[in-house]
Design a binder for this molecule. Structure first.
Ligand code: OAK
Length: 833
């Protein structure tokens, strides 16, 4: 089949391939065909959803050709090692636009749809995105899938096909309300179910000893129930290349639609309950971001998708005449945090119990298969499963973990005969009163490589939570700084900027993001800067009109858009931003004619449903908005907007429209951040602490093009060790004092002086995230921001330099790092004749 962009040559009749043709005429035919045969309607009677589905099916046909060819070739070739990215979350975002960009037929499709009489923008908006992730970790997984495909690295992403993804957020009376995310309700045209590749996953029961044919004593698992995993595949096309990977997500089902034995015995209820219990496993994504909640269902989810995925990989490997002990030569498995870490024990189970390898061989194979990425420095995010729960659910796995632990601790003893404490710290089992299985330890012992996601993060991991592992395995550690895909986060979401860049430096920058360096001279070119400014203002107008339509607040597109979008979390310090807003507000109140640079403060983000403080913070932001936006004295100079429902679709609107990016976490808490990269790449300037990838962004864009404030990670530790007293700061800083008192004055809360006390008390008595320590530095830095904003020419120069110097943060660079240093895999260039 053909992969080209040739339109019909005028005057010549050319048959078009309705499944693969990429020109406008073929696309039109394909859409009409799908409208008729899939949706059962003629174009005249089609709803916008019919059109969206028909367009998507037409596109899926084209992707499938690439995908099937790729995997036919790579599975058979014994020299090719594939990457398997195991992740409990993939925050994919809308598929249609991204796939059109990858296939390089965005304009052709737009014309085809328009000529058929439909509104292309509405068609794009029709898509309900799969929100199968919470935030950073899940979105990173999807950026990496995009880069793997674009770099032609054969790969499969494995995860869970949650029926309900991350909740939709509504705001009622200033409070967050969670609504079930029914993303599948109108069908998902991108996936293909493959029931013939289903696998069984076992749970419960007990283990026992038995003798095999030659009298060897072995152990086996006698489980008490079984669940079926059905794979659903979504193509993951590379940008302007022929090869195509896929994402394989597992849905859980009961093994029989009815338990007939219970049914025949009259236990109808139990029969139906078993079915429901099995299907519950892939029902819902846990909405907690960096907060571990030890729920049994969550452990079931983790084991379910790990086991399904490993069985699937092993099946493909054996079908292609691979030997079990060579599994690692075919598959490099990346563990996206500890959620799939149970895979280490599961691969051992498969190699020992099913493939009948001896322990030593099985362990060598396992240890050469896995690598592990850590994504957090928060102790409360570290997963450890209560031993009893683990044993009841996965008795054979626990037995294997005990054996791994026994052998490992023997090795530790040999290495550190003098040090008794190191044994208990490195043990896979925690025994502090209650006993737990430590998932990070399992991941560390079972992997040949361990990495953090930004330089500072890796350093802190090595210094603190994984320090003993460094003593044990110094060569296992790597840093791989995160990245983002420029295809989705510039080409698709910021067409104005993309065109401007392409016009000046050519069109290869989305593949080779370092080429943006060629923009540097334009930072001093008045003509270019004027066009750059126009692109930004147009993006701000678009966002302003969306804000007006959705929440009814009118904002001024020429004010500075000061944006903080990310999960709501105390360590991310949305409340520090609020303290600044109230500082400005009180300055205005005490002198209404004071000069204030007009600013629109935009917040966007979800709070975990059980996280009280985060939810109260949302209420605080909305209360401040209510006050400030309607205060006569403010005269629209500052506006505060809390935009509900942060997801990828909305994110694509916001990054291109931001002037100032708030990256203000307490130093040493944010592992990397990736929103910081999306903003800077779209020409926003950053106000930020020396935390996560901010440090590297600042190094790249230049210190003079970054607004830095705050304590460093080591100062944070020092301050805490030296009896930090937030009240002292409160009592000695007049502006801060007034702001805190104002929050509790009742003015923000209909006279209720207690509503926000949990927030202010937390700041005054403890302040674990050091907001008050950083407050004076933050406020002076914000004053510098405002001063700089006055000089628009200077601001634009800084913004252009930010764009020009962000090449390092392409996820292609991150994936190349993984390929070269960790996975040792090479591209496979699919040729399509
Ligand atoms: C979520 C659950 C458990 C552990 C970590 C996370 C998570 O989302 N971490 C985030 O990962 C991103 C991708 O590496 C980082 O950019 C964020 O800093 C980190 O908070």
């Amino acid at each position: 089949f053909l992969i080209n962009n040739q339109g019909l040559e005028s005057g010549k009749m050319k048959m078009c391939n309705i499944r693969t043709g990429l020109d406008k005429a073929c696309l039109k035919e394909a859409i009409i065909d799908h409208l008729f045969y899939k949706q059962g309607c003629e174009p005249e009677g089609a709803s916008i959803n019919d059109v969206y589905l028909a367009v998507s099916y037409a596109l899926r046909d084209r992707l499938l050709h690439h995908g099937l060819k790729t995997f036919d070739a790579v599975l058979e070739d014994e020299d090719i090692r594939l990457v398997s990215y195991l992740s409990a979350e993939f925050l994919m975002g809308p598929q249609l636009g991204a796939n059109l960009i990858d296939l390089n037929i965005f304009d052709e499709m737009r014309q085809a749809v328009t000529e058929l009489g439909f509104d292309f923008k509405l068609v794009l908006e029709q898509e309900e995105e799969p929100g199968l992730g919470n935030g950073g970790l899940g979105r990173l997984a999807s950026c990496y899938m995009d880069s793997l495909a674009s770099l032609e690295i054969p790969a499969i992403g494995y995860g869970i096909r949650y029926e309900f993804g991350i909740f939709d957020q509504e705001i009622k009376d200033g409070w967050q309300v969670e609504i079930t995310d029914k993303w599948l309700r109108y069908g998902n045209p991108w996936e293909i179910a493959r029931p013939e590749s289903s696998v069984n996953v076992y749970f419960g029961g007990y283990t026992e000893q038995y003798s095999n044919e030659i009298g060897k004593v072995l152990r086996r698992w006698v489980p008490s129930y079984v669940v079926k995993g059905i794979p659903y595949d979504t193509s993951e096309m590379g940008y302007k290349v022929a090869s195509c990977n896929f994402l394989r997500l597992w849905k859980s089902e009961a093994i029989e639609s009815f338990d007939f034995s219970s049914f025949n015995h009259g236990d109808y209820y139990k029969a139906v309950m078993d079915k429901i219990e099995s299907e519950n496993i892939s029902k819902i994504l846990y909405p907690n971001d960096e907060l571990y909640v030890g729920k049994q269902l969550r452990l079931k989810q983790q084991y379910f998708f790990s086991s399904c995925s490993l069985q699937d990989m092993m099946r493909m490997h054996l079908e292609n005449q691979g030997k079990p002990q060579d599994f690692h030569k075919k598959w490099a498995i990346q563990l996206n945090d500890t959620h799939p870490a149970i895979s280490v024990a599961e691969l051992m189970r498969i190699l020992l119990d099913e493939c009948k390898l001896d322990w030593k061989t099985a362990w060598e194979t396992t240890q050469q298969t896995f690598s592990y990425t850590n994504h957090t420095l928060l102790p409360e995010a570290l997963e450890k499963w209560p031993l009893d729960l683990f044993k009841a659910l996965l008795p054979r796995l626990l037995e294997i973990i005990y054996e791994i632990n026994y052998r490992f601790l023997e090795e530790v003893k040999r290495r550190f005969p003098e040090d008794n404490n190191i044994l208990s710290r490195l043990s896979l089992i925690e025994e502090t009163g209650s006993s737990y299985v430590r998932m990070a330890n399992l991941a560390c012992v079972g992997s040949y490589a361990i990495n953090g996601v930004a330089s500072l993060h890796t350093e802190l991991l090595k210094k603190n939570i994984l320090n003993d592992w460094v003593s044990m395995y110094p060569d296992k550690f790597y840093n791989i700084t995160n990245g983002i895909t420029p295809r989705r986060f510039v080409v698709l979401s910021n067409p104005g900027l993309s065109k401007l860049i392409t016009k000046n430096i050519g069109d290869t920058w989305p593949q080779y993001l370092n080429e943006l360096k060629k923009l540097e001279p334009f930072a001093y070119d008045a003509n270019f800067k004027e066009q750059f400014r126009q692109v930004k203002i147009e993006n701000k107008r678009i966002l302003s009109s969306v804000i007006k339509d959705r929440i009814g607040i009118v904002v001024n597109p020429s004010s500075m858009f000061d944006v903080q979008v990310k999960r709501i979390h105390e360590y991310k310090r949305q409340h520090l931003n609020v303290l600044h807003i109230l500082t400005l507000y009180l300055r205005i109140k005490s002198n209404p004619d004071i000069e204030i640079q007009p600013r629109t403060f935009i917040f966007w983000g979800k709070a975990a449903p059980g996280y009280f403080m985060a939810k109260l913070l949302i209420k605080l932001i909305n209360s401040v908005g209510n006050l400030v936006n309607n205060d006569f004295d403010v005269r629209d100079r500052i506006k505060v907007v809390f935009f509900p429902d942060f997801n990828v679709k909305n994110a694509q609107l916001i990054y291109p429209a931001a002037d100032l990016s708030e990256q203000i976490s307490t130093s040493g808490k944010e592992a990397s951040g990736t929103g910081n990269m999306k903003f800077a790449l779209n020409g926003a300037l950053t106000i930020g602490t020396l935390d996560g990838a901010n440090i590297e962004i600042r190094e790249e864009v230049g210190y003079e093009n970054f607004f830095l404030f705050g304590l460093t990670a080591s100062q944070v530790i020092e301050v805490k060790q030296n009896n930090y007293d937030p009240r002292f700061i409160y009592e000695n800083n007049m502006e801060l004092n007034a702001v805190i008192k104002f929050i509790n004055s009742g003015i923000l809360s209909n006279g209720d002086r207690n509503l926000f006390k949990p927030i202010t008390d937390n700041l005054l008595y403890g302040d674990p995230y050091l907001l008050l320590a950083d407050y004076p530095l933050y406020i002076s830095c914000q004053d510098i921001v405002a001063e700089t904003w006055k000089d628009k020419d200077k601001w634009n120069t800084m913004a252009v330099l930010n764009v020009a110097r962000m090449g390092k943060f392409s996820s292609d660079r991150s994936i190349n790092d993984y390929c070269e240093n960790i996975w040792k895999v090479k591209p496979f260039k699919l040729k399509i004749e």
